[in-house]
Design a protein around this ligand. Structure first.
Ligand SMILES: Cc1cc2nc3c(=O)[nH]c(=O)nc-3n(C[C@H](O)[C@H](O)[C@H](O)COP(=O)(O)OP(=O)(O)OC[C@H]3O[C@@H](n4cnc5c(N)ncnc54)[C@H](O)[C@@H]3O)c2cc1C
Length: 494
């Protein structure tokens, strides 16, 4: 068995590993970095263009980020956090484009307005309150609200044509939203990494096991998927950016911090359409309200997508249950992840979330006509023949142990690090790729800063000009960085 030694091993070639690799190479160019990916090329799982919705989540339109409190007031705190986290991504990507490291922003990001759209008078009242709070904040400057059918039809004609003119509806619209091809972005980031001599990427190689080295760092066993031959990589630091499979590898690491985590996989399909006469009449990401009892990842939306220069409309997601942790994974993934430490918390989540399981099973059994029934709420005159099904990526929501018997189902992203900071796993899904930069900055600050000697903070400020400032509180700086990043990335400033 051959053996290599590196400073950093990145497991998986998705948006997270490639983002971290580029950050580390910018902050400490002499690091020897290796990336190992089980598929024949990058971005074949969640980061692939058709495996996610491509929303540049900025908390503009996602109604699950602004819940109504028991007293009827609306809480916009989560939306605000997500909003400014996306500004970090915009700055990182603009830095790479500005430096000529990524040739063209048009290869991965496009301006697409973000809208929320609701039906019924109670939802109108909710959206109105939400808009009043958001539009008063500098982060959401320029957000418009309307209950007027004609005005909404100006924004999104397909959503309003064929609709009963007496139906109470409401919408918000903000022009500075984005559609992002995270698959293309991943390829761009990998190309940046490949320019460095001491960076290597190996495809068709899967990490199958990992052990602590007595002298520090990790001994990682990698299997070639074509030849079944194995090799060992010794790494001072390991990042498990393996998407849904990060949980499996975290468990193999045996670190105490991994105990009690379990995964809840959710599959999904989209309806998509590329008919020019349809797609050219809709330019927005229109997010609705999830049906009562359904999970946040099932929020219905009708989205403009721009993939490899072509426009599409995407509707969904129509979620389902599968025991795979990856789209190209195994049905044994979930059963194999069961441990003494996570089985009781998992069963407690299963018991407490029966409506969610019922919902997901219902979605799996959903007929084509029921899927179009949902789509028709957002596009009343839809012609079913214009649409086809596409399989989405696999999400693995985290189940976190609260105590020996109970667990909590989490919908966010979680960084799990070993106490000595030599191994990090990234678990969870939402809001995901949009906040990859925020996740990397957090990781660098909390886990890796000891390794980054010298003036890395100065370099960080060059990459992210707002670094160290809270954009939620600094209106002038927010306006400045949004204008600068909009100009480089081809987005609308407001
Ligand atoms: C249906 C859906 C819709 C979504 N919509 C959005 C959205 O609109 N906006 C947004 O920001 N986010 C969205 N997300 C979330 C986003 O896609 C993910 O958060 C993000 O892509 C995760 O990136 P990653 O690099 O961690 O994982 P991935 O892209 O899944 O990459 C992990 C890689 O690791 C590899 N791997 C796994 N195991 C091993 C192993 N043992 N050895 C070597 N390699 C391995 C895999 O093959 C894969 O290439 C969505 C996700 C889904 C599923």
């Amino acid at each position: 068995m051959t053996s290599d030694s590196v400073d950093v091993l990145l497991v998986g070639a998705g948006i997270m590993s490639t983002s971290l690799g580029v950050f580390l190479k910018q902050l400490k160019p002499d690091l020897a970095i290796e990336m190992v990916e089980r598929m024949p090329q990058e971005a074949q799982e969640s980061s692939g263009a058709w495996n996610n919705a491509g929303t540049g989540h900025a908390g503009n339109c996602e109604l699950n980020f602004t819940p109504m409190r028991k007293d009827g007031t609306v809480d916009i705190a989560t939306a605000l956090e997500v909003n400014v986290e996306f500004d970090l991504s915009r700055q990182f990507w603009a830095y790479l484009v500005g430096k000529g490291l990524i040739a063209s922003a048009d290869s991965f990001i496009h301006p697409v307005p973000h809208m929320s759209f609701v039906m019924g008078s109670a939802n109108q009242a909710f959206l109105k309150k939400r808009h009043a709070l958001m539009s008063a904040h500098h982060c959401y400057q320029g957000m418009e609200y309307s209950e007027d059918h004609a005005k909404i039809a100006e924004w999104v004609p397909l959503v309003m044509e064929g609709r009963d003119s007496r139906q109470p509806v409401a919408a918000t619209h903000i022009g500075n939203g984005a559609d992002v091809n995270y698959g293309a972005l991943t390829s761009n980031l990998l190309a940046v990494l490949r320019k460095h001599d001491d960076f290597k990427v190996h495809f068709n190689e899967a990490v199958i096991d990992l052990h602590r080295n007595p002298e520090g760092g990790w001994r990682v066993i990698v299997r070639n998927e074509d030849t079944a031959s194995e090799r060992t990589i010794h790494a001072r630091f390991v990042f498990l950016g393996a998407g849904g499979a990060a949980l499996t590898l975290l468990q193999k690491s045996g670190i105490p911090e991994s105990h009690g985590y379990a995964g809840f996989p959710v599959s999904g399909v989209w309806l998509r359409c590329d008919k020019p006469e349809v797609v050219n009449r809709h330019c927005a990401k229109v997010y609705g309200k999830a049906a009562t009892g359904s999970p946040p990842m099932s929020v219905p939306h009708l989205d403009t997508r721009i993939i490899e220069g072509k426009r599409w409309l995407l509707s969904g997601p129509y979620a389902g249950f599968s025991t795979k942790f990856l789209k190209h994974g195994s049905y044994c993934d979930l059963p194999r992840s069961l441990r003494l430490a996570n089985i009781l918390p998992m069963l407690s989540v299963a018991k407490d979330n029966f409506p969610l399981e019922e919902y997901l099973v219902g979605q799996v059994l959903q007929s084509k006509s029921r899927r179009f029934k949902v789509l028709r709420q957002y596009y009343p005159d839809v012609n079913e023949d214009d649409w086809e099904l596409a399989v989405a990526g696999q999400r693995v929501q985290i189940i976190k142990r609260e105590n020996h018997y109970a667990g909590q189902l989490e919908f966010g992203t979680e960084i799990v690090a070993s106490s000595d900071g030599t191994l990090v796993a990234l678990l969870g899904a939402s809001p995901g790729a949009s906040t990859a930069t925020f996740i990397m900055v957090t990781m660098i600050e909390t886990v890796l800063r000891e390794d980054l000697t010298g003036d890395w903070r100065e370099k960080m400020k060059e990459i992210i000009p707002s670094y160290g400032h809270d954009l939620k509180l600094d209106a002038a700086l927010l306006t400045k960085v949004r204008a600068e990043t909009a100009a480089v990335l081809g987005l609308h400033p407001a």
